[in-house]
Structures are given as C-alpha cells and as structure tokens.
Design a protein around this ligand. Structure first.
Ligand code: G3H
Ligand code: 13P
Ligand code: ZN
Length: 321
C-alpha cells in the first residue's frame, strides 16, 4: 500500500470521531514498534519526523525506513514534518513526498506567523501536501497570562478563539495546533494544573460558527508521562525526579471528543524505551549485544502505542473504514 494522504486520514477521523496518533520516529526500533502495534490494532497512523530526527538519522535513512514500513504493512500511513521551523525545511519535505508539514511560526508575532504559514501553504497546496499551523505558545499551564481577568483575553500565550478563526482564514492552513496549557516533555504541570479544555471547546465552536466546518485541531504535548514508567526508570538508576507530570488520559479523551483530530506523542515513547533499556542493563550488566536491550525497548514501545490507539485515541479498528 502506498502512503495514505494526511487529508484522507483527517477526513475519516473527523467522520469517525476518533483521533489519529501522530508518533515521532527517530530510528528503526521506534518505527517498527509503532507500525507493529498499529497493524495489530488495525489503526491508521501518522508518522512524524522532526528537524532533529532528520539531523540524527539522516532524511534518506528515514525515508527508506518508512518505505519499508509502508511495503511491509497494510495499514494507512501518513508522513508529517513535525515543527518545521522554516519555509526551506517545509519545502524540502514537501519535495520528498511528505503528505503534510507543520510550519511552526508560533514564536513569531501574529502577522509574521501568518506570512510564513501562507508561504508554505501556497507551495504545499500546489504540490499535493497539506499544512498544519500553530497559534499560541506551548509553554505550559503555569504561564497562562491570557487567563488574567477571565475569558479569552488576547495577548496571552494561549490560543484565542477569534484569532484562531482569523489565522485559519488568512493562512489557509488545513489544521491548527492549539495552545491550551499543553507543553512538550516530561514536566508539563505543577500541582492541580491541567489543559484548558473549555478554551478548546471555544476554539472549535468559533471555527464552526465562522463557517469553517468541523475543522481539525491538533494537540501537541499529549504524552501522559505514566508514573509507572518514571518509577521503572528511577528504579533502574534513572533520576527523573518527582516533578514529572503529563496530560491525564481523561483530558485526551475529552480533547478527542471535542475535536482534536491529531494527537502528538513523543515523550511517552522515549520514556518506554528508556525504561526498558535501563531494566535490561540493570538485570544483565554484562550484556553488550544491542539487540538484547533494543529488542525489549521496541517491545515496550509497542505495548505503549497499542494502549494509546486502543484505549485513548480510539482509532484502533478504523484502518479499513
Ligand atoms: O515537539 C517536539 C518533539 O518531541 C520532537 O522533539 O525536536 O527533540 O526531535 P525533537
Ligand atoms: P510530548 O512531548 O508530550 O510527547 O509531545 C510531542 C509533540 O508535541 C511532538 O510535536
Ligand atoms: Zn509538538
């Protein structure tokens, strides 16, 4: 089966009211784990490649690995650039055949963000590729200046519903990553903080009311940072500390129902891999065959991905809709 286009995956996910897992790929074991889990669970999947992944693994190796995954499996697979930071990088990926790219101008002022997104959209749409933009900053819940005074005051770091409408209209982006208290990594929240799901609902409604339909939203920073993985890492010599916190799976469940069509997960894959490798080394310090620790790491990532697609994102069983 050739690559499946991101827009086809999105259309089916919106219709079926499930979320697509967008899992970051950096090497063969991660890719195999993701694909095997999704194949066994009959889940469509988005593989996403960051600039750092391209630098680490080399774009040609990644392309060939993904070609192997597409050849050897029968599930729908789309390939996406994660956090593209320039027109040039997006163009490279579009020219290589990625089915979607993200242009992340979220650190720029609104007008500059619009400008770079529009430039990428113009090129992408001429080359059968779709584009994800981002509005608001993924700085986590503790920096929510926009909430001061209540309501969705402009000027904060969270995505403003009206601005989301304006941004989508001005840029023509095909999906929008939102900032609702989400952030990357293993230390997302302090105390009782969590995602601003009311804001997510307001953004979705504003887009709908503006005539943009059931518009696909994207949730970055969607790892749950499972306590048992942190405990395992720490038990086998890691020092992750006690401050780790992820997005509760219940929040992801609500985000999915509200309309987050693409849910980005990377940190949890890293944690699963690290826990298994630490365990393998701790239990057998004499081991030096990489297959003996990368094998268990791949198996652990596979179980994690299986859980995500089946129990959290609910895309399992939808590969052949
Ligand atoms: O959003 C960030 C992703 O987890 C990718 O991370 O840039 O270290 O590859 P990376
Ligand atoms: P996590 O760090 O929560 O896994 O987020 C990954 C992500 O958003 C990739 O773009
Ligand atoms: Zn991200």
């Amino acid at each position: 089966m050739p690559l499946t286009h991101t827009k086809d995956l999105f259309a089916k996910a919106l219709k079926g009211k499930y979320a697509l897992g967008a899992f970051n790929v950096n090497n063969m074991e991660l890719l195999q784990a993701i694909i095997e889990a999704c194949e066994e669970e009959k889940a469509p999947v988005m593989l996403q490649i960051s600039k750092g992944a391209r630098q680490y693994a080399n774009p040609v190796y990644l392309k060939k690995l993904i070609e192997a995954a597409v050849t050897l499996s029968n599930i729908p697979i789309a390939v996406h650039l994660d956090h593209g930071d320039s027109f040039e990088l997006c163009k490279e990926c579009i020219d290589e055949g990625f089915t979607s790219v993200m242009i992340d101008g979220s650190h720029e002022p609104f007008d500059k963000n619009v400008e770079v997104c529009k430039r990428v959209v113009d090129y992408a749409h001429k080359h059968n590729c779709v584009v994800e933009g981002e509005l608001g900053m993924l700085v986590g819940a503790q920096h929510d200046d926009g909430e001061e005074g209540g309501g969705y005051s402009k000027g904060g770091v969270y995505t403003h519903p009206d601005e989301a409408v304006e941004f989508v209209r001005l840029t023509g982006v095909d999906s929008l990553a939102v900032a609702i208290g989400n952030s990357h990594g293993a230390y997302k929240f302090k105390g009782e903080q969590h995602l601003d799901l009311d804001r997510l609902k307001a953004i979705k409604k504003a887009l709908m009311d503006a005539g943009l339909g059931d518009y696909p939203l994207v949730l970055h920073g969607a790892s749950s940072v499972p306590k048992e993985l942190i405990e395992e890492i720490n038990h086998y010599g890691g020092k992750m500390g006690t401050e780790t916190a992820g997005v509760p799976e219940g929040d992801i469940e609500i985000a999915r129902r509200v309309g987050c069509t693409k849910v980005n997960i990377d940190t949890d894959l890293r944690l699963a891999m690290t826990a298994a490798i630490r365990k393998a080394f701790a239990e057998n310090p004499k081991e030096f065959d990489p297959r003996k620790y990368l094998g268990p790491a791949r198996a652990k990532v596979k179980e994690l991905v299986r859980h995500k697609v089946r129990d959290v994102l609910c895309c399992a069983g939808h590969a052949f809709d």
